[in-house]
Ligand binder design. Structure first.
Ligand SMILES: Cc1ncc(C[n+]2csc(CCOP(=O)(O)OP(=O)(O)O)c2C)c(N)n1
Ligand SMILES: [Mg+2]
Length: 594
């Protein structure tokens, strides 16, 4: 039976075990859409509101499954819209294939309508592989290579398909000179360092008296191994944001997140250690790592390009985190002196008490930390959390006690606004039986989250467990940046850029058939969570929160305190409540000696 190139593309995707595509139509991909229609629902097309969201969803799919995510957009404007989501995937090493349409081959180079040089446009974000198909015989290896390269390099690849080509008859490459004969399939190799390197690493770790472990997303799936190594070494474990769920927060020596959004115990762990082991992380901020020369370094990463670039490492182990930790374990000696780990555990305990106290600090009307504190004890088993960029990311990083079996992600390296809701949608499609919770600011909701609620309203009935809660922090402010302006520039809040309009998030949710709960009293936050987490359909929890609660770093530097004071002196419009609400919090975070 004859088959069009478009049908062939889908058949090949199926052969690669790809069954879902996030996309948006346009005449550059009409042939592919026709083929999707003929294909029934394998692969199924999930229709989004905006192509950037399709890219975020494909990225979310990759992050929550370990599989490749696929998105589809039309030529010109559709392709351009994908870009930010593709960069999000690229920077966080999520494998993703973007399929985009293009004008007919005969028109290319003719300043034709919607003609954009897509190969050049995608050359940076998909630099490992971006190709435009020109003849049907090429299609097989273009797909095979785009997928295999995305998976093996954990990156973004792009396939550009001119619309006339997609509706031509499909053809396999003939057995002759100048053709390529590819095949499907990718098996992740077992990558482990040699024994000599493991022994050298163990020697460094055994000699250390105060070992700190920093784990990132590369350590996902290595929970047991990390905890065993940390136990043997009497170490503490701090987590990079993308590794938020690598080890649970109810382990006494897990210090939580690191960095600007991190915890004080993580900061102390890094500044107090004499040996640092980084596992599957490329956490960028050196001021949160030990000072050069103060600690010996061991690093485990699957990608040699990412080793030894954040802190000088004495032993570099290129390998899979779990396998490498397993290989390391027999060489490690159990530390008899447990003081270091016990002191870490003590700090962690104090920290959680501080979080509790902070969550209950007065605010007008609700302290955002209270919203997360109330959620923390209510997190359903096996839930998946997504966070947007903004103040929510701080509380996501600090205030939630994740348990084993949960998943969590955000835009780690690009730190873009917008992925909170689309990641959550992708999580529901990938794991319909698990409750999903998105933590999003009102700015991000207005940027795109509100529109993607429509996607949720369209699809939620397909999910076996309908629970998808979207928390909106209604503070009528682009708060994270407001605080950055204060703390980093010493500038007062710039009303023109920072203030955003109020919007009835909960009522809007109700209007489109979802559940909507609005809460503006601190003591009602708990029941509001109970309600949305028990809802028979996706729900928006709109929490009216105080923008004057500082999402400050765990250690505030003298410089930042000075800037903050300056902002106040310069007449920050909100200074009275700001001073009342935040000075105390700031003081209890100042690190002695800084
Ligand atoms: C696409 C994009 N634009 C701008 C920024 C800069 N930025 C980071 S957080 C933020 C404010 C987010 O505001 P909102 O979503 O309301 O969250 P809040 O901090 O107020 O809780 C901005 C503007 C960004 N990270 N990404
Ligand atoms: Mg806001």
């Amino acid at each position: 039976m004859s088959q069009l190139v478009a049908d062939y593309i889908l058949e090949r995707l199926r052969a690669w075990d790809i069954h879902r595509i996030y996309g948006y139509p346009g005449d550059g991909i009409n042939a592919i859409l026709g083929a999707l229609d003929r294909a029934g629902s394998d692969p199924e097309l999930i229709q989004v509101r905006h192509e950037e969201m399709a890219a975020f969803m494909a990225c979310g799919h990759a992050k929550f499954t370990g599989e490749i995510g696929v998105c589809l957009a039309t030529s010109g404007p559709g392709a351009i819209h994908l870009l930010n989501g593709l960069y999000d995937a690229r920077l966080d090493h999520a494998p993703l294939l973007a399929i985009v349409g293009q004008q007919a081959r005969a028109a290319l180079g003719g300043d034709y309508q919607q003609e954009v040089d897509l190969t050049t446009l995608f050359k940076d974000v998909a630099r490992e592989y971006v190709q435009m198909a020109t003849v049907p015989e090429q299609m097989r290896h273009l797909i095979d290579r785009a997928i295999r390269i995305a998976l093996s390099e954990r990156t973004v690849t792009c396939l550009i398909v001119p619309n006339d080509l997609a509706s031509m008859e499909a053809a396999e490459p003939p057995h002759e000179h100048g053709t390529v004969h590819s095949s499907i399939g990718y098996t992740r190799p077992r990558i482990v360092p040699d024994n000599e390197s493991l022994r050298r690493a163990a020697d460094v770790l055994n000699k250390g008296e105060r070992v700190a472990i920093l784990a990132g997303q590369g350590a996902l799936g290595a929970e047991a191994e990390l905890l065993q190594v940390a136990d043997t070494l009497g170490a503490g474990i701090a987590k990079a944001l993308l590794g938020r769920a690598v080890v649970p927060d109810d382990v006494p020596y897990v210090t939580g997140s690191i960095g600007l959004l991190g915890t004080r115990p993580s900061y102390e762990l890094m500044t107090g250690c004499d040996t640092l082991m980084m596992v599957g992380s490329s956490f960028p901020y050196s001021e949160f790592l030990p000072e050069e020369g103060k600690a010996r370094g061991v690093q485990i990463d699957i990608d040699a390009r990412l080793i030894g670039i954040r802190y000088p490492m004495e032993v570099q182990l290129v390998g899979d985190a779990r396998e490498t930790l397993r290989g390391l374990q027999p060489h490690l000696e159990r530390k008899t002196d447990r003081d270091w780990q016990e002191s870490i555990a003590g700090q962690v305990e104090d920290w959680w008490e501080l979080m509790d106290a902070r969550a209950h600090d007065d605010a007008d009307p609700i302290n955002p930390q209270r919203v997360f504190w109330e959620l923390s004890s209510r997190l359903p088993d096996g839930c998946i959390l997504t966070s947007d960029s903004g103040s929510a990311a701080n509380w996501f990083a600090r205030d939630l006690r994740l348990r084993s079996g949960m998943m969590a992600s955000l835009s780690g390296n690009l730190a873009t606004m917008g992925p909170g809701v689309p990641y959550a949608i992708a999580a529901k499609f990938a794991h319909p039986e698990r409750p999903v919770i998105a933590l999003v600011g009102d700015g991000a909701m207005q940027m795109n989250g509100l529109a993607e609620l429509i996607t949720i309203a369209k699809y939620w009935r397909q999910w076996s467990d309908p629970r998808l809660a979207v928390l909106v922090l209604n503070n009528q402010d682009l708060n994270q940046v407001t605080w950055e302006q204060r703390a980093m520039e010493g500038d007062p809040r710039y009303e023109v850029s920072q203030s955003i309009p109020d919007f009835p998030y909960a009522r809007y949710a109700e209007m489109i058939g979802l559940r909507g709960v609005r809460v503006d009293e601190p003591d009602r936050v708990g029941e509001a969570w109970d309600e949305v987490l028990a809802s028979d359909r996706p729900a928006v929890l709109e929490a009216v929160v105080d923008p004057e609660i500082p999402p400050l770093p765990p250690h505030i530097t003298f410089e930042q305190a000075k800037h903050f004071a300056q902002a106040v002196i310069h007449g920050d419009a909100n200074r009275r409540s700001m001073v009342r609400n935040s000075l105390r919090q700031m003081l209890d975070t100042i690190t002695p000696g800084r």
